[in-house]
Design a binder for this molecule. Structure first.
Ligand SMILES: [Fe+2]
Length: 352
């Protein structure tokens, strides 16, 4: 079924027969398109030098320049639009040529509204699939490389962070399965947990790697990392929801967290899950500022802070998953540098 668009897509109709151009324009306008009409190829080219369109319907037989030549020129101006040829010829060779030149569809005159609708929908779907294919083949590997590069950059500053992030992501994914989240949300939790501390890239090394207690000013600096992380991740196309997790991973269930002081379910579930995973991992792993605690100690801390720092439901699921062996303790490789031997336990909610 042809979907009426709430945000109008822009369409250009090019036909020297004004009655056809007009009828097609009205048809598309009624279906939510914002339509411009050109009555000759040169007018169409002029328009396309200053405007871009999602959909272009163009006649093949026009005076001065045929539709195939116009298609070539329009595609050189904007290869991302969906082009549908309108041909009176019913000529298979012409249609094949148009498709070879990059048209996504065609409709043979005289056409009914249903035929026009089907051609346009098929062409738009074809464009969507091509873009999806490009996204999977090109964008996804790039994103993977970018992820690796970002996490490596973070590890270079805070050398235990990447492995910490991997373990947090493991725990967070385990908890998420208990909430029976949709697949898309599971992926966001996985990535959000991996990137939760990416904002530490923007925190000075002297503070991140300081072995002793932090001054209030230094704590203020480090507490900026969720917002810095949100800016870094939010700048990547398609990562907007992940950026929200990154921003909210130091919020507390009782509203005493940062940066926004959100309370209870106002904190996105993915962030509440990441917080529990992060704090557990921070407690059991040796860090620059603390030795690792026992698993038993960390689980008791989660229980003790359930309902204040942590979402009780998330804690309950985590304890139960640990108990059943569906989530298992991921041991951190002990840090070897002497300065990390200092025992200076800090509540992970403050820094993690
Ligand atoms: Fe953090």
């Amino acid at each position: 079924m042809f979907i009426t668009r709430s945000t109008p897509n822009k369409a250009l109709v090019v036909d020297d027969v004004s009655s056809i151009a007009h009828a097609v324009s009205i048809f598309l306008t009624n279906r939510g398109f914002q339509v411009r009409t050109a009555y000759d190829p040169f007018e169409a080219l002029k328009i396309c030098h200053t405007e871009s369109f999602d959909l272009v319907l163009l006649d093949i037989r026009m005076p001065g320049m045929n539709g195939l030549e116009l298609l070539r020129r329009l595609k050189s101006l904007d290869a991302s639009a969906t082009y549908v040829m309108m041909t009176a010829e019913g000529n298979l060779q012409t249609i094949i040529k148009a498709l070879k030149e990059g048209a996504q569809g065609f409709v043979v005159k005289p056409f009914t509204q249903l035929e026009l609708m089907n051609s346009v929908e098929l062409a738009l779907e074809k464009t969507r699939l091509i873009r999806e294919n490009i996204r999977i083949k090109v964008y996804a590997p790039l994103l993977e490389s970018a992820t690796e590069a970002l996490l490596s950059a973070l590890e270079a500053k805070d050398y235990n962070t990447q492995s910490h992030s991997n373990r947090v992501s493991y725990y967070a994914q385990g908890i998420s399965t208990a909430f029976e989240m949709p697949e898309e949300d599971l992926v966001q939790v996985k990535i959000g947990a991996l990137f939760h501390d990416i904002g530490k890239i923007g925190v000075p090394d002297l503070i991140l790697q300081k072995p002793g207690p932090l001054t209030p000013e230094e704590r203020q600096e480090i507490m900026k990392h969720p917002e810095i992380g949100e800016k870094i991740i939010g700048a990547i196309e398609g990562m907007e929801k992940v950026a929200i997790i990154v921003r909210a991973h130091h919020e507390r269930f009782d509203g005493r967290g940062y940066p926004d002081g959100l309370t209870g379910e106002d904190i996105p579930l993915a962030a509440r899950i990441t917080t529990v995973a992060d704090c557990f991992e921070a407690m059991v792993s040796p860090r620059v500022y603390s030795k690792g605690r026992s698993v038993e100690y960390a689980l008791n801390e989660l229980k003790r802070c359930s309902g204040t720092q942590f979402d009780p439901q998330v804690v309950e699921f985590f304890l139960s998953l640990m108990d059943s062996g569906n989530i298992t303790y991921q041991e951190a490789v002990p840090l070897s540098t002497p300065e990390n031997e200092c025992a200076n336990p800090v509540l992970p909610s403050a820094l993690g």
